[in-house]
Design a protein around this ligand. Structure first.
Ligand SMILES: [Zn+2]
Length: 226
């Protein structure tokens, strides 16, 4: 939640149910907001179990299971996660450009390792315009803007409706709201993992453009290898 670059951590096992392992703390992203969960390993004693999935707070493992009270070292598959972080930040940049330059909101998205699907409600969209949005997004990447993550109280949040990008009731269960701030460019409430500067995204490519109907358009973006 506060350190997206934490790739290894120590924790205690607080629950085990078949192949589900619960820890007192974890750096594994549980999935959500269009971002897939992390994979990796749990090391304990001489054993290694692979974390193949997350189900809420449960680490779904393949391999030997630890016992309650065991100390484990969690290690995230960093290459995969870092690509997902770059992709998530790229998505915020594309969404920011679409909103600021064209007044268009993203209606849906799905992130993968190095590529993403973005749905927009944008009647006059065309392949050329999609390419223009990506070109303008790459300009934001080149500006090397710092990205800050911090929390604000629910009261502060209620006074800043511009931070709400999904239905307001989805924020209700949180006392503090996590903010992802691409400083001076785009700021929103968000639970995902992000790189610390836009330059880390690398180059964004328009992979595919689809017109689903008169209003709904879909683009796929892909990131350069770095
Ligand atoms: Zn996000």
């Amino acid at each position: 939640m506060t350190d997206c670059y934490l790739r290894e951590f120590d924790a205690k096992v607080v629950g085990v149910k078949g192949n589900e392992v619960y820890l007192d703390r974890s750096a594994f992203y549980p999935g959500g907001g269009g971002q897939p969960c992390d994979t990796g390993v749990l090391r304990f004693g001489d054993n290694i179990a692979r974390v193949v999935d997350m189900k809420g707070e449960a680490h779904i493992i393949d391999g030997p299971a630890p016992k309650i009270g065991d100390d484990v070292r969690g290690v995230i598959d960093w290459e995969r996660r870092y690509k997902i972080m770059r992709t998530h930040t790229a998505l915020h940049i594309v969404a920011g450009v679409a909103y600021q330059n064209y007044g268009v909101k993203i209606t849906g998205n799905k992130l993968y390792e190095g590529y993403a699907r973005v749905d927009l409600s944008f009647e006059r969209m065309s392949k050329e315009l999609a390419q223009k949005i990506i070109d303008e997004s790459n300009e934001v990447v080149r500006r090397d803007i710092p990205i800050k993550i911090y929390f604000i109280t629910k009261e502060e949040f209620k006074n800043r409706p511009e931070l709400m990008r999904v239905a307001p009731h989805l924020y209700e269960k949180y006392d503090n709201i996590r903010i992802v701030d691409i400083v001076g460019f785009d700021v929103q409430a968000d639970g995902g993992t992000h790189v610390k500067s836009t330059a880390e995204v690398g180059k964004i490519f328009l992979e595919k453009y689809e017109s689903k109907c008169r209003v709904h358009k879909r683009i796929y973006i892909r990131l350069s290898e770095i």
